[in-house]
Design a protein around this ligand. Structure first.
Ligand SMILES: *Cc1c(COP(=O)(O)O)cnc(C)c1O
Length: 243
């Protein structure tokens, strides 16, 4: 956890990010309305989240199951939707499935099956994205790009899952030029997946890519959802994603 950020600070940051998003969309000949700003709220307090929602944030992205559970208990997300965007272990799906509007980080058939099973148990249809490890990093979550179509076809067979699209996190060390390439490749995967799934595609409309350092570039590359933390809430203290 970190100190609570004021409504005024967050509101100014939300306005600046939305303006950058709008410019990037217009420059790319896109409708700014088709791009959603997801506030990445890891390490933020429940009060910071409430302030962000008051400042116009409509979707919060949560990384860690433990923080998600605590914020849900606090009713911190009231008035907004919640996406799970972090690494999800199969033994923790019960804390997430049916509690969030979308799980953006499905990266294996095993995890998908666990989510399907839990969704059936609690009687919901869970929106999901497939996360692709577009930089082919050894240590990173996300499916290999060549696995995506198989996973998408598997999702289409799961009655309690609704596949909505793809998510990617390019390598932290990527240059702007490399990022442009990664976004392009993810966009192409997204288009191919829609095409190949044929009649089952009506729900596939989300391409989640872009963070504080690269969201204008991601929007130029076709993103429909940017996940922004630092540019809204300031720098975070050191944090361990798997901890
Ligand atoms: C933290 C995080 C973000 C936001 O990162 P910033 O660089 O702070 O904007 C986006 N996506 C995921 C999955 C994250 O964990």
């Amino acid at each position: 956890m970190t100190e609570t950020k004021s409504y005024e600070t967050i509101a100014a940051n939300v306005a600046a990010v939305r303006e950058n998003m709008r410019q990037a969309a217009l420059q790319a000949g896109r409708d700014p309305e088709e791009i959603t700003l997801v506030a990445a709220t890891k390490v933020q307090t429940s009060q910071t989240i409430r302030n962000a929602i008051q400042a116009g944030i409509t979707v919060c992205g949560e990384n860690r199951v433990q923080e998600l559970v605590a914020h849900l208990e606090d009713d911190a997300y009231a008035g907004a939707r919640v996406h799970f965007i972090g690494h999800l272990q199969t033994n923790k799906v019960k804390f997430v499935v049916g509690k969030v509007d979308m799980i953006e980080s499905i990266d294996s058939q095993r995890l998908m099956d666990a989510v399907e099973k839990q969704a059936a148990k609690v009687g919901v249809v869970q929106d999901i994205l497939l996360e692709v490890n577009i930089g082919q990093e050894e240590s990173k979550g996300g499916a290999k790009r060549e696995e995506i179509l198989t996973l998408a076809r598997h999702a289409a067979q799961c009655p309690h899952l609704r596949l909505r699209g793809l998510m990617c996190i390019p390598p932290a060390t990527a240059t702007e030029e490399e990022n442009r390439g990664f976004f392009q490749e993810t966009y192409q995967l997204f288009v191919d997946m829609k095409e190949k799934l044929g009649d089952n595609v009506s729900n596939i409309d989300c391409l989640s890519m872009g963070m504080s350092g690269d969201y204008p570039l991601a929007i130029a590359g076709g993103s429909t959802m940017v996940r922004v933390g630092t540019a809204l809430f300031g720098a975070r203290p050191p944090w361990h994603p798997q901890g």
